[in-house]
Write a protein that binds this ligand. Structure first.
Ligand code: SF4
Length: 548
């Protein structure tokens, strides 16, 4: 097979460019690939890229070693899309910096490109493993992504291999009506059954990401125009998706009918008045765009690059919104407005309510687990009247790039990341506030760290209810049986962690804080009430099926 330009051919209709960043030549779409005569199986491991061609855009991957304090749920991704501005890809890269907390494994941008006024527009892509600053370190990559429209993505995987460059989005594909790029935040609960059915009808997949099925579904739809094909595809999806699609002259934004993951619409303040979509408003703030509104659950918005007109379509009959409450507990940046609420205020109120519910008699000091418990600790301290102090100092210089230690010194990892301040802790009764407990492994190390620093008592206060179930909607949580609160009651968890007392924010209080909006939030990982039934062992089924 010739080439690095080659891609797999799905049902004879879709050819797919998952990661053409290493080589601009790979971005071309030879005519022979546009009308394939038969499905072609492609083994990416056998692809070779001429070194000279690969040189301009080397893979700037960083270590994929997880954070040493990784016992937290992780959001899957962040997305941004901009249309109608000559600096679209630059603005996109800046906005992706603002969304870096939503995914650190990989980043990418696809933009429109027109070499001259009489040339046709095509899409170009740069993706890489690592942080946005690493992937786009070289300014020439952004120069290469010229054009007035772009979509970008930061990735943390819950479906698909984390270390595979092929899984880094946006995905860029060609089908019989041209090129199409997609960026996805969320997780499809029916991914493996959709994939199995597509493979049964001849589709060949290049990635292990659930996002690829969306492209195949669009390619297989018989509807016209593209917005109808997108609606067709979305009707087959179950689970969480906030999606951005880019063609040579249009940008589409779509959100699942439950609205699990956030997606907002804004407008640039600069003269272009370009349209922006982003996972969080912090991305709008950074590029000086005004927030206009959320993309509604079940809505698809089309922005036409010719006249910048907006059209909105209802994907399917609306369902009761089920926005992820964990965005407010942990994921979103505190300066964001998510689902119409200020994240900072949410966290502060979770902390102050926790103080009201679970006070600690004769406490000397309230400290946060940095950075996850910071805003809840402020609320706790304010309500309780106990002084707030920074008893743990976080090092920002270890983590992703630290070499995985030998097993026998792994317990030291927490000390590399967090340094106790003896002067604050010694001889004190300390209230330690964190946002959540997942497996409990990090919490127990933190308690030991504080006790080793001389604390007289350690009282853990958690600004969310116990996590008893896994997430199937785009958040990486361990299997339910690995969750410490699924295995034991609060006293059991306290004993395992080794603190003197432990209390969680109650589910009732969490719902009370959300007021009349409470029913519009998903709290399934705390309550077990899953809005879309999880299809258990989907991933396992896929992994264990024998290769033919
Ligand atoms: Fe968010 Fe939990 Fe619902 Fe997942 S299960 S969407 S983490 S609230």
């Amino acid at each position: 097979m010739a080439a690095a330009t080659s891609t797999s051919l799905a049902a004879g209709r879709l050819h797919f460019s998952p990661h053409p960043n290493a080589n601009p030549a790979r971005l071309s779409f030879p005519a022979s690939l546009k009308t394939p005569s038969k499905p072609v199986s492609l083994n990416l491991r056998h692809l070779t890229v001429p070194s000279a061609a690969a040189a301009p855009y080397p893979d700037s991957s960083s270590s994929s070693i997880p954070d040493l304090l990784s016992d937290k749920p992780r959001d899957e991704c962040g997305v941004v899309g901009i249309i109608g501005d000559p600096d679209a890809s630059y603005l996109c890269s800046v906005a992706l910096h603002a969304l870096q907390h939503r995914g650190q494994e990989g980043a990418g941008i696809v933009s429109t490109h027109r070499p001259s006024s009489d040339s046709p527009v095509s899409l170009r892509s740069v993706t890489g493993l690592g942080l946005v600053s690493q992937v786009f370190q070289d300014k020439s990559k952004l120069d290469y992504l010229s054009g007035s429209a772009a979509i970008g993505h930061v990735r943390y995987s819950t479906a698909g291999s984390a270390s595979s460059l092929a899984n880094v989005q946006p995905f860029l594909a060609g089908y019989r009506f041209g090129q199409l790029a997609v960026a996805h935040n969320g997780n499809l609960v029916n991914y493996s059954s959709l994939r199995a059915s597509l493979e049964d009808s001849g589709s060949i997949f290049n990635t292990t990401s659930d996002t690829e099925v969306i492209l195949h579904l669009i390619a297989n739809s018989n509807s016209r125009p593209l917005i109808s094909r997108i609606v067709d595809a979305c009707e087959a999806l179950q689970g969480a998706y906030s999606l951005l699609f880019l063609t040579k002259n249009k940008l589409f934004a779509a959100r699942d009918p439950y609205g699990f993951r956030p997606l907002v619409l804004g407008r640039l303040r600069r003269p272009s008045r370009g349209i922006v979509f982003a996972s969080e408003t912090c991305a709008l703030d950074l590029i000086e765009a005004d927030y206009e509104r959320e993309v509604n659950p079940g809505e698809v918005i089309l922005v036409d690059g010719h006249d910048m007109s907006l059209s909105s379509l209802c994907l399917m009959p609306p369902k009761p919104r089920k926005a992820c409450i964990f965005e407010h507990i942990y994921f979103a940046l505190p300066n964001s407005i998510v689902f119409g609420r200020a994240v900072y205020s949410s966290r502060y109120s979770f902390g102050s309510t926790l103080a009201k519910e679970s006070p600690v008699a004769n406490a000397d000091v309230v400290i946060p687990v940095p950075d996850s418990g910071f805003y809840a600790a402020l609320g706790y301290a304010s309500h309780s009247g106990v002084p707030f102090q920074q008893g743990l100092i976080r090092s920002h210089y270890v983590g992703r790039t630290f070499i995985q230690p030998e097993q026998n010194i792994r317990d030291l990892a927490v000390r590399l990341k967090l340094a106790p301040v003896k002067g604050i802790l010694e001889g004190k009764s300390v209230v330690v506030v964190d946002d959540s407990i997942v497996r409990g492994t990090t919490s127990s190390k933190i308690v030991r760290l504080i006790k080793d620093a001389g604390a007289r008592e350690v009282h853990m206060r958690i600004a969310s209810p116990p996590i008893v179930g896994s997430c199937y909607y785009g958040v990486d949580t361990p299997r339910s049986e690995e969750l410490i609160s699924n295995k034991m009651d609060v006293e059991g968890v306290r004993n395992a962690i080794g603190c003197d007392s432990l209390a969680f924010l109650s589910l009732e209080s969490l719902r009370n804080l959300l007021g009349k909006e409470a029913p519009s939030y998903c709290d399934a990982c705390f309550s077990g009430n899953y809005p879309v039934p999880p299809i258990e062992n989907e991933a396992d089924r896929l992994l264990t099926e024998e290769e033919e």
